[in-house]
Design a protein around this ligand. Structure first.
Ligand SMILES: [Zn+2]
Length: 469
């Protein structure tokens, strides 16, 4: 058995152990910045495996870094473990039925994400231990991916200093690499303050904060024509100032989410939106205050590292350990979802199409990229400071949407566990290639230096904004 075969065999022999961990995190289903039990479980497993664990990093109680080995290269693997609100769902059933009404659930598969990354780290540790090779493997316990930008705070506090490469993955319903960029974001609250009065008896004394919010939204809707077409501006009125129409609203708040392909474009749009807010305040004689919520840089994939991951993902596919039970679960799940004909038509590999039609599982490598182009992720900020690559594996029936009850229902299935182990194998093999060959790392680093030769990372979140506030 060569080393790569050994790494694969090691991970295959531990499927049950790792599945137990991910199932527990599925049960915990903890929301952003509150992932106490999930973080504790992952860090204690790594501690027992001989990793040195640094807790409470970046001022976040549930963030941690577990390291094993010494010297360079330093390979980082990122793990997430936060759940989504209101996504509670019974496991293994093919209809929508919450486990606990209104409770959180793992609608984005982060229980698998954290555990798969942990499994990869443990496999690499076994290799380092056995060979006595130089090199460090680091698991980054990254909380609050879902709207909390946990990794941005970790980047800001220097957690990734000295790390040579960072890898991560995401559970999905297909095996693909992520070669696209994502959209950079700024999310900001605009709080307007006016003067309350009786809307009929003394309307002339009132200054309406709600009017200001409405005028601001109108202004921003006119702005849309004069910003780049790839930008996105969304808003939600989070405080209307009350429910009584006969009281002039003394306060109102609107939350803006601005996105664009490059963080500098987001900054530009944000400053223009601020001018519109000032204009709305001026028109209504109200006051406006901004409260910065969160921000992320765009994801900039390191291409040589992405190619390395692609090579290894192809090497560990197809997944051989599906059961009849997996197939019937996948097929019944597909019956609850919109038609996947559109997806199948796009596939060139006709054998794979046949396999999917027969089993409901996308058990092959999908060429192309996982199109994060219209989404955003806090992995983006990591990619600015460390050469970074990410990919997805098939952890659910083909075309299962993210953030859906169907994904939660499949989260403890063998389908999910096999996808998780496939991700672990891919990252362990890629880490092995980097440890083995200075040339591989050299290419990765050169590409990174070229990509960022003209730009320096500026944290999109202002210094005074703390995690979770
Ligand atoms: Zn996710």
């Amino acid at each position: 058995m060569d080393t790569k075969e050994k790494l694969i065999a090691f991970l295959d022999s531990k499927v049950k152990d790792f599945s137990k961990i991910s199932d527990k995190i599925w049960d915990f289903a903890e929301l952003q910045f509150k992932e106490k039990k999930s973080s504790e479980l992952l860090s204690s497993v790594l501690e027992n495996e001989g990793f040195t664990v640094e807790k409470n990093v970046a001022g976040i109680k549930t963030a941690f870094i577990a390291s094993y080995g010494s010297g360079n290269p330093v390979i980082g693997i990122l793990g997430e473990f936060d759940a989504l609100s209101n996504m509670s769902q019974k496991s293994g059933v093919t209809h929508k039925e919450p486990l606990v009404e209104g409770a959180p659930g793992h609608g984005c598969g982060h229980h698998l994400l954290g555990t798969g990354s942990l499994a990869a780290c443990i496999a690499v540790k076994e290799y380092l231990k056995e060979t006595g090779m130089k090199g460090t493997i680091k698991f980054f316990g990254c909380p609050a991916e879902e709207g909390g930008a946990g990794k941005v705070f970790m980047v800001r506090s220097g957690c990734f200093e000295g790390v040579d490469v960072a890898m991560t993955w995401h559970p999905a319903s297909q095996n693909m690499v992520w070669e696209d960029s994502s959209l950079a974001t700024n999310q900001v609250y605009f709080n307007f303050k006016g003067i309350s009065s009786h809307a009929a008896a003394s309307p002339h004394l009132g200054r309406s904060a709600l009017d200001a919010v409405e005028l601001m939204n109108v202004g921003v809707n006119y702005l849309r024509e004069h910003i780049i077409s790839d930008a996105r501006v969304h808003y939600a009125v989070t405080n209307t100032g009350g429910i009584a129409p006969n009281i002039v609203q003394a306060e109102a708040t609107v939350l803006y989410l601005m996105r664009a392909p490059h963080i500098s474009q987001v900054r530009d749009i944000y400053s223009r939106v601020c001018k519109i807010a000032d204009g709305a305040a001026l028109m209504t004689e109200t006051q406006v205050e901004t409260k910065f919520d969160t921000g992320e840089c765009e994801y900039r994939p390191n291409i040589p590292l992405t190619k390395l991951i692609e090579k290894n993902l192809k090497e560990v596919l197809p997944i051989a350990n599906y059961t009849q039970e997996d197939i019937s679960l996948a097929k019944s799940m597909i019956d609850t979802m919109p038609s996947m004909d559109g997806f199948l038509h796009k596939l060139e590999d006709k054998k794979l199409v046949e396999y999917i039609e027969e089993t409901g599982i996308c058990n092959g490598f999908i060429e192309g990229t996982n199109g994060l182009g219209s989404g955003s992720t806090d992995v983006g900020d990591v990619s600015w400071v460390v050469p970074t690559a990410q990919f997805t594996t098939s952890c659910a029936a083909c075309e299962t949407p993210m953030h859906s009850w169907q994904l939660v229902a499949q989260g403890k299935s063998n389908l999910a566990h096999q996808g998780m182990i496939t991700a672990a194998k891919t990252m362990a093999l890629s880490a092995f290639d980097i440890l083995q060959s200075p040339q591989v790392l050299q290419e990765i680093k050169e590409a990174f230096e070229k990509d960022f030769s003209q730009e320096k990372y500026i944290c999109p979140i202002p210094e005074e904004v703390l995690p979770g506030y």
